[in-house]
Design a protein around this ligand. Sequence first.
Ligand code: ADP
Ligand code: ADP
Ligand code: MG
Length: 477
Amino acid sequence: MSKVKRILIANRGEIAIRIAKAVNELGHDSIGLWTDNEPKAYHLEFCKEWVHLPGSNITETFLNIDEIIKLAIAHKVDAIHPGYGFLAENSDFVRSVEKAGMVFIGPNANAIDLMGDKAKSKKLARKAGVPTVPGSEGIVETIEEARKVSSEMGFPVLLKAVAGGGGKGMRVCFNEQELDKNFEAVKREGAASFGNPDLLIEKYILDPRHIEVQILADKNDIYHVYERECSIQRRHQKVVEESPSPFIGEDQELRERICKTAVDLAKAVNYDSAGTVEFIMDGDKSFYFLEMNTRIQVEHPITEEVTGIDLLVNMIKSAFGEPLDISSQNEISQKGHAIECRICAEDPISLLPAPGVINGFSYQLNQGVRFDHCIYPGVEVTPDFDPMIGKLITFGINRDVAIRKMKEALEHLKLVGLKNNIELQKVIVNEESFKKGEYSTKYIDLIKPQESLKEKSFTDEEFLTLVMSELISKVSL
Ligand code: ADP
Ligand code: ADP
Ligand code: MG
């Protein structure tokens, strides 16, 4: 075996746990960070060593490049894994890590630069022969230019902050009045949330599917690990994901074509890690490049389930220049079906984040069920971080079996003490168009699964009492 490496995990929550497990499996030393707000963060239980990252807000802590590098040097770290969010797609961080003589577990800084800006990456995709969503040539500076591009292309259009992410910095405009109203707002949002006011304009595709391709690469080879479909979204953020895509279905030619397109794009930027190329596909199965996420993605487990490839383990091996678990594209195939339901601390009716304290929880891991989470009794979910607290994943020999397992797993998943979307997920997996696999990114707007929860009309207190009485014997409080 290769030399034991000391790997710092510059993240928290469920992804820090997932990374720690992969580091431990490879026989390396996992080093977790704790901040003043979370001295007992759950991910630390999975790490071999704990290091204090002082501060109580994210600027002082998980976004603090200088401090993280300083701690890494002091603790003789060999490599840093950034997880997702925070510094994962920050090429300055990559360069700082490398300058300090350590390995960044992710792609090279140049690939991040090329793909980090939605206007630049679209230009590059077009050059590489990859179809992109029709829209402005690059960034749009003035409202006059925005009006011209939009009227030539036809409404509706989508204004997008070039540096946006997580569904933020995006607004749909159905006419010129809306365009006038939203233009400055998106610029402000881009500047405030992502430090960049630039925006681009795209044709707003009606009822598309979100289909993305997982890439796994090292310095020598670039493979695809097939596709995921993530069309069930709210506020342009994913809620349920599955693999293979039910929309592509049995169309192997289309599947191979979209996967090959993703590989072509990855090749164009000399990609050398795990990453994801996102597309939208319209009703006639034309697909268009949206963006590339140059990091491990939230929904990576469903790909792991259907291909048997551990993406985290291979991402780490790739960073150290070690051979991957596979050595040819032919070794990678999809088998069965996997579904992921994101479990979020959010109001199930308004679908807005609802922070709070989790007093108790329970779940059952039957055959084919995986739960990647960062929940423990007493944990506080704060507005500082993403409200996603867990990912319930099921795997079955086919889609019907994966859905059956998901229904059962959701029945056994109980969270006490804060609002969450478990009931909403139950409605979705029991709903007819979901069961048939016939849905688009408009699913939640059209089907309104949250409506049926209103009928239950429990007050929060009644709901909690109900769940508590059911749980009282099972859960440690
Ligand atoms: P995924 O497909 O992996 O869910 P998301 O775009 O939803 O991708 O982002 C995953 C996480 O990364 C979320 O916590 C999101 O808030 C964060 N994130 C994504 N892009 C950015 C960005 N440009 N700046 C800051 N955080 C981001
Ligand atoms: P982010 O960086 O926030 O993830 P994306 O460009 O990946 O932004 O878009 C997120 C989601 O927004 C997509 O999955 C899709 O549902 C929707 N979307 C983005 N661009 C378009 C478009 N041109 N037309 C219709 N929907 C779009
Ligand atoms: Mg995206």
